[in-house]
Design a protein around this ligand. Structure first.
Ligand code: AMP
Length: 281
């Protein structure tokens, strides 16, 4: 497995693979890998002969009071896990390689960031769209895989790829969970033992909501209220948002009369955790 640190090195690597008519798959990550990340690699391998994983903790997607400096890192371990999963090259640039002196060009979307996580993280999706556009230009993949755990991010990337004519197939990968249902996340490492127990409430609330809708309740406000009460009954939880939205536009739905996205963000101790699922299918 190659470890590539520079933009030029990455572009040359990909140019050689493209000349050899090999399809390139990209799995972008911020590292501190778990099985969710490795599932992206598996999906990329089904679509491409060469799989590149990027590991880059992107400073422009963190707000001033967020966890950029404390974000967990484990590069050596990540390399071992990536290699075992069949990654061909890791692209792991330093921040000043990606954001050169004088950098001033950003990609921002008009509507999608004005929902869900974008409300409490106002610059987040501008940072995400910008870095992913840059990763696309560095790695030049044919296909790129993103997790549905970051559902809004997946929509943002799909829209950006369409709007900016990136000739890249965007694939969404299902959410991988711990045995008790908690969505895998690098940020789960922030949880203490008791917070880890409370964190189970996120997925449980989504499951309960799905069952409620299945039993015939269609009032989104009621479903959200019940989910909020359930989560709040667990210690050390603080809800950022719980929303039921159209799965494409992310506009709020009042009546659940078709498939809806239920998404939530909850602080549990130091960790801000997100999760989602479709309800009303
Ligand atoms: P991150 O390193 O957290 O930025 O995540 C990198 C990629 O892995 C993103 O596309 C995430 O959506 C995806 N991902 C993170 N957690 C999971 C999970 N539990 N299941 C599937 N994909 C995930």
């Amino acid at each position: 497995m190659e470890i590539i640190r520079t933009v030029q090195g990455m572009q040359e690597y990909s140019e050689n693979r493209r000349t050899g008519k090999q399809r390139i798959g990209l799995a972008p990550t911020m590292g501190y890998l778990h099985r969710g990340h490795l599932s992206l690699v598996r999906m990329a391998k089904e679509q491409a002969e060469v799989v590149v994983m990027s590991i880059f903790v992107n400073p422009t997607q963190f707000g001033p009071d967020e966890d950029l400096t404390s974000y967990p890192r484990s590069f050596e371990k990540d390399c071992q896990a990536a290699e075992s999963a069949g990654v061909d090259a890791i692209f792991a640039p330093e921040a000043d390689e990606i954001y050169r002196k004088g950098f001033q060009t950003y990609v921002s979307l008009k509507d999608l960031p004005a929902h869900l996580c974008g409300l409490s993280r106002p610059i987040h999706f501008r940072g995400v769209a910008t870095v992913v556009a840059k990763l696309f230009n560095c790695v030049r993949p044919h296909v790129a895989v993103f997790g549905q755990k970051d559902y809004q991010q997946l929509l943002v990337i799909r829209r950006m790829a369409l709007d900016l004519n990136f000739d890249i197939e965007i694939i969404g990968a299902p959410i991988l969970r711990e045995p008790d249902g908690l969505a895998m996340s690098s940020r789960n490492v922030y949880l203490t033992e008791s917070q880890r127990k409370s964190a189970r409430a996120l997925n449980q609330a989504l499951e309960r909501a799905r069952a409620l809708v299945h039993s015939g309740i269609t009032d989104a406000e009621q479903v959200i209220r019940e989910a909020a009460e359930f989560i709040q009954s667990h210690p050390e939880t603080e809800i950022d948002y719980i929303a039921i939205t159209d799965p494409e536009t992310l506009d709020d739905m009042t009546t659940i009369d078709r498939t809806a996205l239920m998404a939530l963000a909850v602080r549990v101790g130091k960790a801000r955790l997100i999760d989602n699922r479709m309800i009303g299918e």
